[in-house]
Design a protein around this ligand. Structure first.
Ligand SMILES: NC(=O)c1ccc[n+]([C@@H]2O[C@H](COP(=O)([O-])OP(=O)(O)OC[C@H]3O[C@@H](n4cnc5c(N)ncnc54)[C@H](OP(=O)(O)O)[C@@H]3O)[C@@H](O)[C@H]2O)c1
Length: 280
């Protein structure tokens, strides 16, 4: 039996990853969440896991052969990840969810420091560096409610495109990296199949929602309004990277690792009409 801890199991990549792994024969999936009572994926064992409570880490990592680490977006992420891996069995393979072109991200190279905590952990590792997720359009914690309520997609693109990636494709790559041979020591830059401008993205969202959605170009100051501290700094840097075209870069790594091409935004949105408020 291969025991896998999936942190962030309620999240955009953790949830499809758990769904993918749970039916696999010989695989036991521990679904890590700060709110395990809400973990309802069939065949997944809900497991208390919170970055704020290291006392729960030994139980969550007990006997695991592999761990999927969803990087927490907080200033102390590099230290937290290092401390978690110290308490993880030495034989465990670690797959870290980082982000595209992480070399230049965050205060003092924060994203790179988070990756270094994994590289220097003494465990075998794979690092995933994805572009922006398509699921930001359907997640109520991101753009979904704004799209439905106002028909607007406010986004500080600076005219640059984004090669949106389906989080299920990231999960598929993570699943391979967690269970199969040949992924140790690899850094995978992951993107969707095509760079899309924000007006084109809004056009595709309009079609899926069955009513107009328009892109509204905003400044980075507008985009970070209402945020503070580390989140503010990280969000501002992220939009600077958007505007520099970092997330427009297309790779064929999803295809290379999983054997099938990355999903298009059109294909993703085909099933998302109801979530985007499309009338039945
Ligand atoms: N979003 C993107 O486009 C994108 C792109 C590239 C990289 N990344 C990176 O990927 C990592 C994960 O980011 P994410 O945006 O995809 O977050 P996420 O995994 O969707 O959510 C993160 C965590 O938020 C908690 N959570 C709180 N309320 C929730 C709710 N109602 N439903 C589901 N989860 C809830 C969950 O942890 P608990 O269950 O423990 O509370 C969940 O695992 C970050 O490091 C981010 O920088 C994101």
């Amino acid at each position: 039996m291969t025991r896998v801890l999936v942190t962030g199991v309620r999240g955009k990549t953790g949830s499809p990853l758990a769904e993918l792994l749970a039916p696999r024969p010989g695989v036991e999936v521990l679904g890590g969440s700060s709110d395990p009572a809400t973990v309802t994926v069939d065949g997944v064992r809900p497991t208390a896991f919170s970055w704020d409570d290291p006392s729960g880490w030994p139980a969550a990592t007990d006997g695991v052969d592999a761990v999927y680490v969803v990087r927490p977006d907080r200033a102390d992420a590099p230290e937290l990840i290092g401390a978690l891996l110290d308490r993880t069995p030495a034989r465990a393979h670690v797959v870290l969810l980082s982000e595209q072109d992480a070399d230049s991200v965050g205060p003092d190279g924060w994203a790179l420091r988070a990756e270094r905590a994994v590289r220097g952990s003494g465990r075998s590792w794979t690092i995933l560096r994805p572009s922006w997720f398509m699921q930001v359009f359907t997640d109520p914690r991101f753009y979904r409610d704004r799209l439905v309520d106002t028909g607007e997609l406010p986004f500080a693109s600076g005219g640059a495109s984004v090669a949106w990636i389906d989080a299920r494709d990231i999960a598929a790559v993570a699943g391979r990296a967690l269970l199969d041979e040949g992924h140790a020591g690899r850094v995978y830059e992951l993107s969707g199949p095509e760079p899309l401008s924000l007006p084109r993205t809004a056009e595709l969202l309009s079609r899926a929602a069955g009513r107009p959605v328009v892109h509204r170009e905003v400044s980075i100051d507008d985009a970070i309004a209402g945020t503070g501290g580390f989140e503010r700094e990280l969000t501002a840097l992220t939009f600077e990277r958007v505007q520099a075209g970092v997330f427009a870069v297309v790779t064929d790594t999803v295809h290379g690792v999983t054997g099938r091409p990355a999903r298009t935004l059109e294909a993703f949105l085909a099933g998302s009409g109801p979530v985007l408020g499309r009338a039945a």
